[in-house]
Design a protein around this ligand. Sequence first.
Ligand SMILES: NC(=O)c1ccc[n+]([C@@H]2O[C@H](COP(=O)([O-])OP(=O)(O)OC[C@H]3O[C@@H](n4cnc5c(N)ncnc54)[C@H](O)[C@@H]3O)[C@@H](O)[C@H]2O)c1
Length: 319
Amino acid sequence: MKILVCGGAGFIGSAFIRNHLKNIPNSKIINLDLLTTGSNLENIKDVKNNPNYQFIKDDIKNESKINSLVKDVDVVVNFAAESHVDRSIIDPKPFVETNIIGTYSILEAIRKHDKQFIHVSTDEIYGDAENKSSFNEDSKINPSNPYAATKAAADHLVASYYRTYGINCITTRCTNNFGPYQFPEKLIPKTIIRSIKNLKVSLYGNGSQIRSWIYVDDHVQAIDLLISKGRSGQIYNITAYEEITNKIIVEKILDILKKPHTLIEYVQDRPGHDKRYSINCSKIEHEIGWKKKYEFDKALQDTVNWYLKNQSWWEGYIN
Ligand SMILES: NC(=O)c1ccc[n+]([C@@H]2O[C@H](COP(=O)([O-])OP(=O)(O)OC[C@H]3O[C@@H](n4cnc5c(N)ncnc54)[C@H](O)[C@@H]3O)[C@@H](O)[C@H]2O)c1
């Protein structure tokens, strides 16, 4: 199998590449990434000399480049995105450009060459689950911030290309990921690194927002299963059902690092902040046979250990 991975120098895309080439060594992967915020070529250093791996620095919005690459692969998995909610609130434009126009560019090549497309979306498109039960794949799309809105727009585009042109596509909607190589702008790595350095760790509002967490390797293994077993035109939620408040996550990290809770600093809440994310993923469990493998507390401990051992990877990011 030959796969075009877009955004494979980021957090989840690089985990997908490392896992995939380990589990299916004769697969071939082309990784196209623009190397924007959140990317790091160190994330894929383990595979860079693998003869079945190739890196190309380019933009998913470059239609002619995407077209020429899609022609020669079997599958495209798109992780390339502007991915940080806070940055989308400050400046939504790059989010509109990459997350919507970039997805359009890939879809055009997919429909021309009749290849499989895995569109990696997010549970944030459902918006706030406060006081409601968990969302399933048929729940209403109700994004709260520009990041989520651009991802939701891309989901609609993919659905329309399936209905109108009959392309071969799958949309995944996963909950918050954590693990090694996550860019330090996100809650878990930022908290780990600032705690290691005895710096204040900020929490929005009173820290009672609930996020549902999954270890990144569970997410990418679900994507690999969907490539071979997923049904075209379908949406699959992916979650490990670990719903935890931001305050408890931060306290768990401080406890692992034996740091005082007084490092926590409460700051003004993010505008439009969702109180709770919650999805149900019985569809992928029953239809595809996927189940999470990693236990949350152990995976969090392993993640903290990885950041402790890999200070050179993050040293430049935090002052
Ligand atoms: N991190 C999470 O918790 C989470 C949860 C669910 C879904 N997702 C989705 O998974 C995908 C990957 O997320 P991540 O956390 O790994 O993000 P990330 O920011 O770590 O990686 C994104 C990658 O995309 C690349 N990129 C950005 N714009 C590009 C462009 N125009 N052309 C080519 N490459 C470009 C970046 O250089 C980076 O390497 C995103 O689509 C995100 O919406 C993330």
